[in-house]
Design a protein around this ligand. Structure first.
Ligand SMILES: Nc1ncnc2c1ncn2[C@@H]1O[C@H](COP(=O)(O)OP(=O)(O)OP(=O)(O)O)[C@@H](O)[C@H]1O
Ligand SMILES: [Mg+2]
Length: 271
């Protein structure tokens, strides 16, 4: 059976994905701050809107206005899509009363019920859902990351949606704040950045995409004013370009692991 694939909207990325993201998937988009996760999500939603999909964008780190403005810079008119009833941007920051599309609390249950409410409002048909970022929902309880991610995937699987969940990686360790999304996701799109010869370069690698013969190379990308994210081509990275010396990394992983274990045991005490 031919798998239906959705264009990511990023020029050059669909080829790397052997045609795009399989419809119905839950995909983790991960990376350190400023690597392009939000820009990618904006493309994914915009591409959906232009092909008749509805869009639901949950933003926890930036305001709705900020997402609209960022989209505008790449020539996507999110304001119009909202007005036309094709797009809902759920703003988790806004505490303004009376705004129906905001979250009162950063709770996963509330997130899910808002997404479903938005889906019902947008009506019949497939919708692209973005939660940017999921990390916000477990910042104070990273041990819950996996359980929450699983919950989101399970509940949304009953609806006609394809979902992107972003997850932030710490600057120092490049590790997630509580691994979660990666484990339950059908795919992982990993963004990276690195300073090479004094210039900030950005990269993307598909770490996993079920049912897909995806490219396994690192690709250099760029974010261009007026255009957005573009894939420049495969990049030959040396280990030292992207990773910390192994001994340092090992220590950091150990510390991170300890921290998580402690958090798990505190959680158990609370239960
Ligand atoms: N109009 C533009 N022209 C060129 N580059 C831009 C433009 N708008 C944004 N960028 C680039 O995109 C970067 C932000 O990317 P993005 O917001 O997607 O990162 P992120 O991975 O979501 O980060 P965070 O985890 O902090 O949310 C900026 O730092 C800038 O380099
Ligand atoms: Mg972001």
């Amino acid at each position: 059976m031919e798998i239906e694939r959705l264009s990511t909207g990023v020029k050059g990325l669909d080829e790397i994905l052997n045609g795009g993201i399989p419809k119905g998937f839950t995909v983790a988009v991960v990376g350190e701050p400023g690597t392009g996760k939000t820009v990618f999500c904006i493309h994914f939603i915009a591409s959906g809107l232009s092909s008749g999909d509805k869009g639901i964008y949950v933003t926890t780190e930036e305001s709705r206005e900020s997402i609209v403005r960022q989209a505008e810079m790449f020539d996507f008119d999110f304001r119009k899509a909202i007005k036309n009833g094709e797009l809902v941007i759920i703003d988790a920051l806004m505490e303004e009363r009376g705004d129906p599309w905001s979250l009162r609390e950063l709770e996963v249950e509330e997130l899910l019920s808002k997404i479903i409410e938005a889906k019902k409002m947008l009506g019949y048909g497939h919708a692209r859902v973005v939660v940017d970022s999921m990390s916000a929902f477990w910042l104070d309880k990273p041990a819950m990351a996996r359980k929450y991610s699983y919950m989101v995937k399970r509940v949304l699987s009953k609806w006609d949606v394809t979902t992107i969940l972003t997850s932030q990686y710490a600057v120092t360790t490049s590790l997630g704040f509580g691994f979660g999304v990666e484990h339950v996701a059908d795919g992982i799109i990993r963004f990276r950045k690195s300073i090479i010869s004094g210039v900030l370069k950005r990269f993307v690698i598909i770490e996993k995409m079920r049912q897909t013969d995806h490219d396994r190379r690192v690709f250099e990308i760029d974010i261009v004013n007026g255009k957005g994210m573009v894939v420049l081509g495969p990049y030959k990275v040396s280990r030292s370009d992207l990773s910390l010396p192994f001994s340092v990394l090992a220590k950091m992983i150990e510390a991170e692991y300890k921290k998580e274990k402690e958090l798990v045991s505190t959680d158990e005490l609370e239960d």
